[in-house]
Design a protein. Sequence first.
Length: 83
Amino acid sequence: MSNTWQLQDAKSKFSMLVENAIHHEPQFVTRHGNNAVVIVSFEDYKKITKPETDLVSFLGNSPLAGVDMDISRNKDLPREIEL
């Protein structure tokens, strides 16, 4: 079973292409002989787009985690501008 499809075959056999992507491996679609798109299962998509760590862990492991930073807001009024 090949995992590379020409666009016209991918369109006419889309259900089969989707089944192959879900149950086997990513499916490649070419257009005019050039790679165009890759069809992957939703589970595979989630695996490749999921961050390795969550934001809290990432910030906690940052080299700047122990640095004392002043993050207070300046409460001065903005300067007046003549229009």
